[in-house]
Design a protein around this ligand. Sequence first.
Ligand code: ADP
Length: 486
Amino acid sequence: LLSKLKDPSLAVDKALVAGEWLAASDSGKTFDVTNPSNGEVIATLPDMNRAEAARAIDAAYAAQKAWAKKTGKERAAVLRKLFDLMVANADDLAAILTMEMGKPLAEARGEVLYGASYVEWFGEEAKRVYGDTIPGHQGDKRIIVIKQPVGVVAAITPWNFPNAMLARKMAPAIAAGCAMISKPAAETPLSALSLALLAERAGVPAGIFSVVTSKDSPSIGKEFTENEKVRKLTFTGSTEVGRILMRQGADQIMKLGLELGGNAPFIVFDDADLDAAVEGAMISKYRNNGQTCVCANRLYVQAGVYDAFAKKLAEKVGAMKVGDGFEAGVNAGPLIDKKALAKVQEHISDAVSKGATVALGGNVSNMGGLFFQPTVLTGVTTEMKVAREETFGPVAPLFKFETEEEVIELANNTEFGLASYFFSKDVSKIFRVAEALEYGMVGINTGLISTEVAPFGGIKQSGQGREGSKYGLDDYTEMKYLCLSI
Ligand code: ADP
């Protein structure tokens, strides 16, 4: 790993707890981080326990009040510096990310800049945490609303976007005057640690941002939810784990930000621009090798264009290059682990056993390991697992539909409500369908919806709260109302 970096100090193999870089855990236990492209161990990190998480929380609690007293402009200056450092070191951060997660280097660089955009955005927003004045209810009363930081915030983040998922939590927290302790996924902690190192260099004070490395996420999650010094938990990951954390936080009525699973419908109407729809499907389905929570999971194609769309999509997908993320021209890396690979295989074999046809791919790549062929399935029906569960891999299942009413019902028939997409050129239909889809986000004639300027988040069992945009800072502030008698 070190040989790939211009600044080797960015490859950190220590945890950051309470302002101290720790090479060893209290117990002396460690865990390995491996490169999913070849299985090689790239780092060995301290495997921390609950008590160490509690130490990070104590330090955050102690440091937060002084950080909150700084002006928005002062906090903005630190975040601006962090943004500049992320951009200046984007190549190194991307190399670290590709090494631990597998995605193609160009995508990793895109992720780093995307993560940095939240740091820039929330730094700017730090100056605009406006309150309100309300006309008094009695002649002698004056009412003022102020917004204050929630305090100590814990973050648990996943492996699929190891930089951006943390950056878009730490940036608003730090902008608002909160302190953050984080636990990155054990598969991909190195991106979080390099972010923390740059945050330290940018002037984030000791204790304000900790990264607890651990393989024992249930224990750390318990400390994060049960420690009363923690006022909010922000989590990105599966609905299953989100539910556990919500239950655990219930005793202390913890504030929650949850970005959970999706089961995104991607609808192509007869009147769509087919080339644009294929382009959108490529981005929305195959980006990050199908391992994003906003990935198209179910592709509904209207009968009139079904065959043409399937053919065009298979042609494009067939041209994808699978391989090590460091290799030039590769646009699909490995899956994250064996479990992920097994789920993809299971979804394909279940669909085939119930009558689906493999139009392209369908098997482990001849490179072996965790590489899988980008796959297109046709003749897919609602009885198959792919209709209900998130595949989280490079499989596009194509369902055929006849009418608008039918497809809206199919699209909404899920407990998830994160992202959705559709392609049409009819303005009336665009408004009808966009308003009828029960999702937090709707991509219309586009497969790429993520940006720091818009509110990212889901409804139903896909979560609560929003990340990014002018709304994003609200999740890290509490409203207080002052009633003054003069
Ligand atoms: P994914 O499918 O992305 O791995 P998970 O929800 O399993 O989704 O993991 C997301 C994050 O939650 C990771 O950092 C993981 O270590 C952590 N995690 C998993 N189980 C728990 C738990 N019981 N308590 C707290 N964190 C957990």
